[in-house]
Design a protein around this ligand. Structure first.
Ligand code: NAD
Length: 255
């Protein structure tokens, strides 16, 4: 059976993750029904349909995107990994698959009358412009890092370029990217737990630099808010089409 597309039906790729689950919960609160696509299922919620599968599996992804005209893509391997092939496969090939399947849904003749545009919101990262030196009040027109700090960032740059370049009003695909830096909040599996654990083990006894390095952390609800604002403003006439936006709290944190 085919599901009729609705503007209140969306998909969250990576919806079992830290950010993804917060996004799903906020979307449900705003009256959306949500299709989650992820390699693992980490919870159950009314209003959410889980589709377990790998981003590079076209058929599985297409099934999860049935009836959807808004897609959030926030799946990625954990940044700490040094598995270059994994980043390449998930962040580049996987993102190409997402773009292809979004096009496929749009061009499905049965749907052409009811889907005006496919909307894709990518979770990128502020590290795409980070070259190893502090950035304060950095704007989105900063160039991409020529020497990304790791494989993760290298593939996040390529991923963001692919998604923004695919924005094509004539062909019905509208894209936007959100660039948070460190995200904190309830159920954060990485940032705060790792800091606390390192401190408990007595391994936080030295400072890198002179103590004035800057780093930006954003509360997860603000990151979610940025994603939903972007999605709800994404229209063919909107200036945000094909653009990337940094998302942050008011003040950088000084260590
Ligand atoms: P997370 O690890 O909690 O969530 C990522 C999710 O992606 C997981 O549920 C994982 O199972 C899923 N996933 C991984 N590979 C997959 C695949 N091949 N197919 C399908 N699903 C797959 O990470 P997070 O912190 O929630 O990060 C979400 C997004 O935000 C990522 O794109 C990340 O690059 C970006 N980001 C995170 C931070 C941060 O501080 N957490 C900062 C900047 C950007």
């Amino acid at each position: 059976t085919r599901i009729r597309p609705s503007s209140k039906r969306c998909a969250v790729i990576g919806g079992s993750g830290f950010l993804g689950r917060h996004l799903v919960e906020k979307l449900l609160g705003k009256g959306y029904t949500v299709s989650v696509f992820d390699i693992r299922q980490s919870y159950e919620l009314p209003g959410v349909t889980f589709h377990q599968g790998d981003l590079c599996d076209k058929q599985a992804l297409l099934t999860a995107l049935q009836g959807v005209s808004l897609v959030f893509h926030c799946a990625s391997p954990a940044p700490a990994s040094d598995d270059k092939a994994l980043f390449q496969r998930v962040n580049i090939q996987g993102t190409q698959t997402v773009l292809q399947e979004c096009h496929k849904i749009y061009y499905n003749k049965d749907r052409l009358n009811s889907i005006k545009e496919m909307l894709l919101v990518l979770t990128s990262s502020a590290s795409v412009v980070f070259e190893g030196t502090d950035i304060k009040d950095g704007r989105e027109d900063l160039p991409y890092a020529k020497k990304p700090i790791d494989y993760y960032t290298e593939t996040k740059i390529e991923q963001e370029k692919l998604v923004l370049k695919a924005c094509d009003k004539e062909n019905g695909l509208l894209t936007v990217a959100i660039r948070p830096h460190g995200i904190f909040g309830p159920r954060d599996p990485q940032l705060v737990p790792i800091l606390v654990d390192t401190a408990r083990r007595g391994k936080m006894k030295f400072i890198i630099g002179d103590g004035s390095n800057l780093v930006d952390f954003t509360f997860v609800d603000n990151v979610v808010h940025g994603h939903i604002l972007a999605a709800e403003s994404l229209r063919p006439e909107s200036p945000i089409c094909g653009k990337a936006y940094h998302i942050t709290n008011d003040e950088p944190v000084r260590f």
